[in-house]
Design a protein around this ligand. Structure first.
Ligand code: ATP
Ligand code: MG
Length: 275
C-alpha cells in the first residue's frame, strides 16, 4: 500500500509542477484530507499559490482543518481575501472561529463583510464566547428535529441536513420553544417503525453542557459519559451548538501539554533551589 501511495504522490507532484490542473485535481482529491494536508504543508509559497487557484474554497477548507492553527493563520495572510473569506464560510464554524481568533481585528472584520450573511452571522455569534469555554469550542452544524415529528419525516429531513452537519450520529430533539427536550442516536431511528413519533423514541434524560463551562470540565464529561458528541445549552435549555469528541481530543492534548510545561518549570526551580 505504501509503495502505491508514494507512486500516487509522485503523480500529484508532477501534475502540480507541469500545471496540469485536471490531473492534479483528480489525483490530489483522491487522497484522504489528512494526506492532502501533509502534501500541501510541504509546498513552498509559489506552489501553494498555484494550489489556491486549482482548488475550490470548499476543497481547501477540508485541507486546512487538518493543519496546525499557526500554519493555517500564515496561509490565510497570503491568500486572496475573497478566497480566504469563502474558505472560512465553508469551514466548520468552530474551526473558522479558531482561525479568526488568531487574526487581527481589521482582517476579521473584512473577511466577515466579504462572506455570505448567514455564515458571517453564525461566526459573529461564536466569536463572543469566552476563550476555553464550551461556547468557544462548539460548532453550530448539528441536526435538530422536533418531538412531534415521525421517523419517516425525520429521515426525509436528514437527507437535506446531513451534508452540512458535523456529525449525524445523534439527533437533538427540540420542543415548540426550541428547548432541548431529548436525544436519540441514528441507530435508534433506523430500527424504529416509520410512523413512530420521535417523542416515543427519544431519551429525555439529556446530558448537556452549559455554554460557559470550562473546556477542561467538558473534557471530563466526555471521559465520564463516553458520548461521541454533547449538546451545548444556555440557561433556558435552548440548544446553541454541539461539541464533538474530535474537538475534545484537541482540548485534552492542549491541557496535557500545559500540565507538562508546568511540571517541567517546577522541576527546573527545584534544581536551582538545590544549588
Ligand atoms: P448503544 O451503546 O446503546 O449500543 P450506540 O453505541 O448506538 O448505542 P451511544 O453513543 O452509545 O450509541 O449512545 C447510546 C444512547 O445514548 C443513544 O440511544 C442516545 O440516544 C443516547 N444519548 C446520546 N447523547 C446523549 C446525551 N447527550 N444525553 C443522554 N443520552 C444521550
Ligand atoms: Mg455505545
Amino acid at each position: 500500500y505504501e509503495e502505491q501511495f508514494q507512486v500516487h504522490i509522485e503523480k500529484v507532484n508532477t501534475a502540480l509542477q507541469e500545471g496540469e490542473i485536471e490531473v492534479f485535481r483528480e489525483s490530489f482529491l483522491d487522497i484522504h484530507p489528512y494526506d492532502q494536508a501533509m502534501f500541501f504543508n510541504q509546498q513552498d509559497e509559489e506552489a501553494r499559490g498555484q494550489i489556491y487557484t486549482y482548488l475550490s474554497p470548499e476543497e481547501m477548507s477540508e485541507i486546512l482543518i487538518n493543519i496546525d492553527l499557526e500554519d493555517v493563520t500564515a496561509f490565510f495572510e497570503e491568500m486572496d481575501p475573497r478566497y480566504a473569506a469563502m474558505i472560512l464560510a465553508e469551514m466548520p464554524t468552530d474551526d473558522a472561529v479558531d482561525v479568526l481568533n488568531e487574526l487581527d481585528k481589521e482582517k476579521v472584520a473584512s473577511y466577515l463583510t466579504i462572506m455570505d450573511q448567514e455564515s458571517a452571522n453564525e461566526i459573529k455569534q461564536l466569536l463572543h464566547y469566552e476563550e476555553k469555554t464550551a461556547g468557544s469550542i462548539m460548532t453550530t452544524e448539528y441536526v435538530s428535529i422536533y418531538n412531534n415529528m415521525t421517523v419517516s419525516e425525520t429521515m426525509r429531513l436528514l437527507k437535506t441536513e446531513a451534508p452540512d452537519a458535523e456529525t449525524i450520529y445523534y439527533l437533538f430533539v427540540l420542543d415548540g420553544d426550541k428547548r432541548l427536550v431529548g436525544v436519540l442516536s441514528i441507530r435508534d431511528l433506523i430500527i424504529a417503525d416509520d410512523e413512530t413519533k420521535i417523542e416515543e423514541l427519544m431519551s429525555t434524560k439529556v446530558v448537556a453542557v452549559s455554554v460557559a463551562k470550562d473546556q477542561e470540565e467538558v473534557a471530563q464529561m466526555f471521559r465520564d459519559y463516553d458520548f461521541l458528541a454533547l449538546p451545548v445549552v444556555d440557561f433556558q435549555d435552548h440548544l446553541l451548538g454541539i461539541i464533538t469528541v474530535d474537538d475534545i481530543l484537541d482540548v485534552m492534548e492542549e491541557e496535557a501539554s500545559e500540565d507538562y510545561s508546568m511540571l517541567a518549570a517546577m522541576s527546573n526551580t527545584d534544581i536551582k533551589d538545590d544549588n
